[in-house]
Design a binder for this molecule. Structure first.
Ligand SMILES: NC(=O)c1ccc[n+]([C@@H]2O[C@H](COP(=O)([O-])OP(=O)(O)OC[C@H]3O[C@@H](n4cnc5c(N)ncnc54)[C@H](OP(=O)(O)O)[C@@H]3O)[C@@H](O)[C@H]2O)c1
Length: 317
């Protein structure tokens, strides 16, 4: 089986591509070849690399044809962000592939109503990213159900793994938050610290793409949340990370405007984006239909990532 992974050397591809090779697929990775996978694996020696710049080729109207010319049985699109970009690919691959897997996001949901949020919840996305991803999801489900285009959608939560910085308990990416907790110093959190974040280990995301391939008949025409078994409150996340460092968390709860003044503008924007979504998604559908069994809890995934940062002297404890 020839599997083409578009954007396969990043967070997800690092774990997905070796898994595909292990299951016996011939794998072609499409990227600009500017970056290396985060974790080395001998399976990469068996992978064919094709250097294509999606943005440039889409501008010239050639990207979708170039993917079709690779004669894939399965296309896994990890880097599609607009409905137009998705439409070109679907038009070119109609009747040509056995399966088409799109990487979405749980931010296709806006503010939660009933939690954990299921895939059946009405979409209320906000922000260009979530709005575009929700539009792509809608059009792929329609293509699958109306025209038989064999699409399925995997919606990851916040992706964590060794090699990059995880979303921290203050809802942004400054590594110093982990150092603050490790030293037992006071950490400020917004509001009551009860807004939520929902992580997933990159290898669990990889697992669910494979699950969607192995369970074709229940996957096609469906979308699947791909997150850890449970979201974390910022407060609980901070407390458990402090415990992991052998400390008792010292937390200060500040109203949004006061909290915002304690961090940089960019960090505040990141925190706002995350807590305005406060995702808390159900994995019951993926468990039931495609046998998704995440190996990592949110905390285990973050702790693996923080251990990597400590070993690489990015976080000092
Ligand atoms: N990160 C998260 O927490 C998160 C959460 C939910 C959903 N998602 C979804 O996950 C997907 C991203 O997956 P990821 O995090 O594994 O990606 P990533 O780490 O950002 O990796 C991106 C990959 O795409 C390649 N690439 C980037 N621009 C390209 C271009 N113009 N043409 C060809 N290749 C290009 C990169 O390699 P080169 O640079 O070498 O080209 C790399 O292989 C997105 O669909 C996103 O919406 C992410």
């Amino acid at each position: 089986m020839n599997v083409v992974v578009i954007g396969g050397t990043g967070h997800i591809g690092t774990f997905l591509v070796p898994r595909l090779v292990e299951m016996g697929a011939s794998v072609t990775v499409v990227s600009r070849q500017q970056r290396e996978p985060y974790v080395q694996h001998g399976a990469w020696k068996r992978v064919k690399h094709v250097n294509l710049d999606r943005e440039k080729l889409e501008g010239a109207g050639e990207f979708a044809e170039r993917i079709r010319a690779l004669e894939p049985d399965v296309v896994i699109d990890l880097i599609c962000f607009t409905p137009e970009s998705n439409r070109h690919l679907v038009d070119a691959l109609q009747g040509q592939v056995q399966q088409f897997l799109h990487c979405g996001t749980i931010w296709v949901h806006g503010p939660s109503v009933e939690v954990p949020t299921t895939e059946a919840a009405a979409r209320r996305p906000f922000g260009d990213y979530g709005v575009n991803k929700a539009a792509i999801e809608k059009s792929l489900l329609k293509a699958a159900r109306q025209t038989g285009f064999p699409a399925a959608i995997i919606h990851p939560g916040h992706i964590v793994g060794p090699g990059w910085t995880p979303l921290n308990p203050a809802g942004h990416f400054n590594e110093k938050v982990f150092e603050t907790l490790a030293r037992g110093e006071t950490l400020a959190l917004p509001n009551f610290g009860l807004e939520t974040v929902h992580h997933v280990h990159a290898d669990d995301v990889a697992q669910n793409f494979i699950n969607a391939m192995l369970n074709w008949s229940t996957a096609v025409g469906e979308s699947f949340h791909t997150v850890s078994a449970g979201a974390l409150t910022l407060r609980g996340f901070a407390e458990q990370m402090a415990l992991w460092f052998g400390q008792e968390a010292k937390l200060e709860f500040l109203p949004w405007e006061a909290f915002k003044a304690t961090i940089s503008e960019q960090e505040a924007q990141t925190t706002w984006d995350h807590i305005a979504h406060s995702p808390n998604c159900s994995i019951a559908k993926a468990q039931r239909l495609i046998n998704y069994q995440p190996r990592y809890s949110s905390l285990e995934a973050v702790q693996e990532s923080v251990r990597w940062m400590i070993n690489n002297e990015i976080v000092s404890v």
